[in-house]
Design a protein around this ligand. Sequence first.
Ligand code: APR
Length: 179
Amino acid sequence: MPAMIEIVEADITALRVDAIVNAANETLLGGGGVDGAIDRAAGPRLVTACRALPQVRPNVRCPTGQARITSGFDLAKFVIHTVGPIWHGGARGEAELLASCYRESLRLARENGVRRIAFPAISCGVYRYPLDAAAMIAVREVRAWQVANARASSVIFCCFGVATRNAYRRTIGIAENEN
Ligand code: APR
């Protein structure tokens, strides 16, 4: 079956997929938002697995724009941890770093035989990336990856709330009031 893109409004920890992407920070040792929800749902072995990943600099296990994969323990087969950019106005390479998060996550998914993967709106919470601009990058990168790669994963954009869902729908060209 060809790789697909879906947009759903949900708590990402409620989805049944092979891999769940976490919008993490560079320490990979946990946080709030979707990171906290994933930690709780996966159980304490997740942070232990993250702590075991090598540090590339003191306390940095995953630099911004990169991704790492671990087991998803109680949550899913895999959790893919990626670190989006903090929004500083757009002139500090934020768009390229965000695009890289999607590409690197999809690359790890493909290497690990992931058939379905769910992404949250990386950087769109505490990191304050403007939603429409982020949705545009997310959709563009996933589409390009799926076109370019045989055995690409099917992707669910998991939107926490209707505003996020509508931003993705606008981007993908679906009317906002369709159900
Ligand atoms: N399911 C799906 N999406 C969620 C959930 C959830 N359970 N909880 C929050 N979100 C959404 C937010 O509404 C937002 O759209 O995930 C998106 C990303 O928000 P954040 O979790 O704040 O992530 P980000 O902006 O990338 O900031 C990362 O927050 O938790 C810390 O450790 C993390 O320091 C890092 C920072």
